[in-house]
Structures are given as structure tokens and as C-alpha cells.
Design a protein around this ligand. Sequence first.
Ligand code: HEM
Length: 418
Amino acid sequence: MSTTIPTGPSGSGNHEDSAPCMARPRDFPIRRGCPFAPPEDYARLRTEEPVARVTLPTGREAWVVTRYEDVRELLADPRISADIRRANFPALGEGEQEIGARLRPFIRTDAPEHTRYRRMLLPEFTVRKTRAMRPAVQAIVDDLIDAMLASGGPVDFVPAYANAVSTSVICELLGIPKENLEFFRDVTRISGSRSSTAEQVAEALGGLFTLISDLVAQRQEQPRDDLLSKLVVDHLQTGDITLNELLSTVGITINAGRETSTNMLALSALLLIRRPELAQELRADPSLMPAAVDELLRVLSIADSIPLRVAARDIEISGHVIPADDGVIGLLAGANHDPEQFPDPGRVDFHRPDNHHVAFGYGMHQCIGQHLARLEMEVALGTLIRRIPTLRLAVPYEEVEFKHESATFGIERMPVTW
Ligand code: HEM
């Protein structure tokens, strides 16, 4: 861990405060010990190195920020960039870096380009629009629970429920046929894995784009009442965006919305299985569900290292200068477990006051699908604990497989029965 490197991170800016840079900084990401909490080392980083230097799996170096106030300040700072084409962009895998720079999904762009896409999508993700989806989400959830119960069990909860709910909801929103659950799962697994090569990511996304472009052609002929038709009629046919831009926007919405919700649902279900008194509390008082969803989002913080940025200028955070052109990551799990903001942060408390967590990020890129994600969680978890109150693991806990290698933390395989 202590190979000497010849210069500071980027060779630019003020490195006076960063003497440890002379040794190879610690590797990042740091593995979670307990799946329901951030890596233990985050607590030490918050107190001892709130702006810490790390080495990424790509061999590049970057800074990580762990305090609540610092993460919010960083992500709201107009001097940071989310442009993946920048040399020190801190992607966690080569595949993401290379393909991202080629495709430029809008999550990895800056204003004014970013604003253009965000404005295009925002009207479809309002609280009102999302609320109107509740009956459809409930129907999806009920069908999947019927199918699980009819199968007699055991089933792997991840494909049978978590992934099926999140994929079906995105398909419902966009107007994409639901037959291809497996296909979507593979695309997201490959494109979201740190160990995927650029070729593997390109191939997986190529398949997804072919599927979407076939549907776009159909919608050009015959628009329907769905988001894809809206994008085609209001933005593609008017010349606002090109076909490639449309494919990349729809692609990122599918990927961003599917994997995150799948992981949140599976991990939350496991937490409730392990802590039956919490499930009981929710069954006894279903009006707690919305607060419970936000508390689970905070505690589990599955999208911990999604906000990847580059300092476009020197930025001072907590007395440390992040030099211009250096990569920086605002660690959401670090922020969401900062005891200064959330007393006794590891405690799951459905009555926690002022739960202003940053599980959906903060600032310009804050999650566009957050209302939909909350709705999905509320309906899918609430219905699950009500209709299958005896849900339990069908294997010893130690055999549950977690996703340590993917962009968002989650569960790979979780056989359950009831
Ligand atoms: C529990 C579920 C979810 C979590 C934890 C989550 C988390 C996040 C986070 C942390 C960001 C900010 C990334 C950054 O700052 O770089 C983000 C952005 C985004 N999310 Fe989500 N998300 C969830 C569900 C969804 C859903 C359901 C959708 C769509 C249907 C969605 C679509 C997006 C998009 C398009 C962006 C990019 C926004 C932008 O760059 O302006 N997400 N999400």
C-alpha cells in the first residue's frame, strides 16, 4: 500500500495539505462489512480525513468526501463538472469511462447540455405524474406476488420480485414490452459492473439501443400514450434531439432506474427479514411507509459512489483544496451516516425527524426518478410484508450473495420462502 508516486494527483493546484499523497493512497471503493451499513472506514475518514485521496480500480487517483455538509456543498458547487470526457473523471471501471465518454449519457454532462435533457424529462417525473402511476405499480406488484405464491417457493427474490418490479415499472413508464426481463437484467449487470471491459459494455448497450430504436420506429408510425412516444413526437420529430441522443437518454433512464430500485427493494426486504420487529411496526401502522422508505434509503445508501465529479477549478472543502482537474466523489453513504446530521446514524428509525438524506444525490444531478422510486418502494415493500408476512430466507444468511462489484450496492441472489 505504500508505493511512492512521483508527483501529486494531477500535477496542478495546491497540494500542501496532502502530504499522504506521497504514498499510494488507499484503494477505493472500500468493501462493506455489513451490507446494511457503509464501509466501517467511512467513520474514520469523516473524522480524520474528511477529504481523502484514493486510488480507483482504473489506477487513477481521486478525492473522496464523506461529511454530510461537505458532500452537499461539493455537489451544489458550480465549479464541479460531471463531464465524463475530462481526463481525471473518476469512473470506477474502464468500461464505464470509455463508453461513457463515447455515449455521453446526460447524467455525465454539464449545463447547458445537461439542462436541455433534464428539462425534457422533468415534466414526466413530477409528483403528480408519478402519483397517477400508483394503480399500475400496484397491479404489477400484485401480479408478481400472485405468481410467487402460486409457485409454492422457494424462489430467488431478486429476479422473481425486486428486478421484476423495477423493470416492469420502467417498461410501463416508457411503454416498452415487459417480456425481456432477463435481457434488461443482463444489460444492467454488464454495464454497471466495474470489471466489465469497454467492449462488453458496448455490446450490452448496443443490444439495448437496437431494442429501443425498433420501438422508436414503431412510435414514429403510431404514437401511444407513453413516455417514449412523447419523446419521439415532442423532441425527435421536431429536431430537438437526434436519434442517438434519444437512445442514450432512454438508455440511461432504464439503467439508472432499474438497477437502483432492484437493489433497494432486495436489500430492504432482507433488512426487514432480519429485523422482523420493523416489518411488524409497518404492518401495524401502514401510514409509516413513506417515512420508512426514506429511512431505508438513508440507512442503505446503495448509490454511495454514483456522484462522480471533476473539480473544474480549485475548490476548498473543510479546509482542503481539491485542485482543478482532479476527480472527486461525494460519498452518499458517508453523508447519510454522519452523526452530526443524523444522531445514532446506524439505527433504523421510522420516526426520525428532519430526515434530509442525500440518497438521491444533491444539486443539479439529483435523481430525476426519486418520486417514482419512492412510490415503487412504498407499494412493493408495503404489499410484500402485508401479503407474505412469513417471508424468510430459504438458505442460511451467509449464503445470500451481495453485489460488491457493481456501481450500486445490492443483492445478487437471495432464495426466499414463506
Ligand atoms: C432507489 C432508487 C434510486 C436511487 C437510490 C437513485 C439514486 C440516484 C442518484 C444518487 C443520482 C445522482 C447521480 C449524480 O449526482 O451523479 C441519480 C440520478 C438519476 N436517476 Fe436515480 N435513483 C433511483 C431511482 C431512479 C429511477 C426509478 C429513475 C428513473 C425512472 C432514475 C433516474 C435517474 C436519472 C435519469 C438520473 C440522472 C439525473 C441527472 O443527471 O440530472 N433513478 N439517481
